[in-house]
Design a protein around this ligand. Structure first.
Ligand code: HEC
Ligand code: HEC
Length: 327
């Protein structure tokens, strides 16, 4: 117990410190400006300031003749390649999409999707390198993103502030929830988190039907909340998932087998060890079998192998694992 506390506590303090530091450093970096941007104006003007400022959109995009970046599509009307400014282009793309898929998809849905899931639709002739603008280092808040959407929609499109801000469509709301979840998880980077997950967790957990079967399936885990997930990683034994309790079986010859009881029938018991190996024991050979609720089969020192950034990234990755909508 003491060992866990001395190991986990410093890590928790560091994490807490980093959260505070991130808040502090943002205020520092933007200096006095933070006062105005803290109360970011969800309007085309507010969005324009972010586009050419802390949103860093201008490092890859231009708007007509304004700016010189060409890594991403021009957001204005520009030459033959860009006959329509971004607002009007979104209307056009949404129309094509609705026709193709037979479901209603609005211009705002298209715009918000470009920001929430940049990989979902990659503009012809460009690489899939649009930034995840709600993850570090850009880390725009949901409000700031709404403002940028308002700015881009105002470029030749019909500006419908209700559809952007107060009464978003179901599609747009789903993207907003994703952005809010990533921001809530300390602004970790979910794509980096996917790699940390792959390296540290997938051998035991299934996600989208891939991975190991030792631990519980993690699809939809965000429903349990950030605090629960954070604890499950830092102190797995604190609340063992039902059906995944740890058993210790002691054989008559004194040999111990520790793991999950994954089968109990006839004269046999299967114990699945943390490695995934399954040990079959004959009941006649067992002297004692007991549950140990102070230990999890999930190691409690995983956080030691991770940096604080890894930890934040993995939290934001897991917060994106939303329960599937009921069919
Ligand atoms: C690192 C470079 C980079 C940054 C920074 C960046 N983008 Fe992009 N963006 C791209 C690239 C490349 C594409 C084209 C590929 C794609 O569609 O994913 C793109 C595509 C888009 C599209 C779809 C364009 C179309 O013609 O349909 C929108 C909208 C967009 N970006 C908005 C933004 C906004 C707003 C910001 C700032 C908050 C931003 N981008 C920051 C590189 C970037
Ligand atoms: C050696 C196997 C193993 C590894 C590696 C492992 N876990 Fe687990 N995990 C388990 C087991 C077994 C449980 C169930 C017992 C418990 O609650 O501690 C569990 C429980 C969980 C839960 C609670 C699930 C629920 O629905 O209650 C979460 C969240 C979780 N693990 C996340 C992770 C993450 C994130 C990583 C990687 C950093 C990871 N696990 C690595 C075996 C593992």
């Amino acid at each position: 117990m003491n060992v866990t506390i001395t190991r986990v506590l410093p890590f928790l303090l560091i994490v807490l410190g980093i959260y505070l530091w991130i808040g502090y450093s943002i205020t520092e970096l933007t200096g006095g400006e933070r006062k105005t941007s803290a109360a970011v104006d969800v309007s085309p003007e507010g969005g324009e300031a972010i586009y050419w400022g802390r949103g860093r959109c201008f490092t890859c995009h231009s708007v007509g003749g304004q700016g010189s970046a060409v890594r991403g599509p021009n957001h204005g009307q520009f030459g033959e390649k860009f006959p329509l400014p971004m607002g009007a282009r979104a209307v056009e793309r949404a129309k094509e999409r609705s026709e193709k898929e037979g479901t209603e998809f609005t211009a705002v849905d298209y715009m918000v999707e470009s920001l929430a899931s940049p990989g979902a639709y990659v503009v012809n002739g460009y690489k899939n390198e649009m930034a995840v603008v709600y993850a570090p280092p850009i880390s725009l808040s949901l409000k700031e993103i709404k403002a940028v959407v308002a700015y881009l929609m105002s470029l030749g499109g019909e500006l419908d502030m209700a559809a952007i801000d107060t009464a978003p469509s179901e599609q747009t709301q789903a993207f907003y929830s994703k952005i809010a979840a990533a921001a809530e998880a300390g602004g970790g980077d979910p794509s980096a988190g996917a790699i940390v997950y792959e390296d540290n967790c997938s051998e035991c957990h299934m996600l989208s039907e891939e991975g190991g079967e030792v631990g519980p399936v993690l699809d939809g885990i965000s429903a349990k909340g950030l605090k629960f997930i954070a604890e499950a990683i830092l102190q797995p034994a604190k609340s063992l998932t039902k059906g995944f309790e740890t058993y210790i079986a002691i054989n008559k010859d004194g040999r111990q087998t520790i793991g999950l009881k994954t089968r109990d029938e006839g004269g046999e018991i299967d114990i699945t060890k943390a490695t995934g190996d399954v040990v079959t024991l004959a009941k006649g050979d067992i002297k004692e079998i007991k549950m140990d609720d102070t230990k999890s089969v999930m190691p409690d020192d995983l956080s030691e192998a991770m940096t604080v950034k890894d930890y934040q990234d993995i939290l934001s990755f897991l917060m994106l694992q939303k329960p599937k909508a009921a069919e």
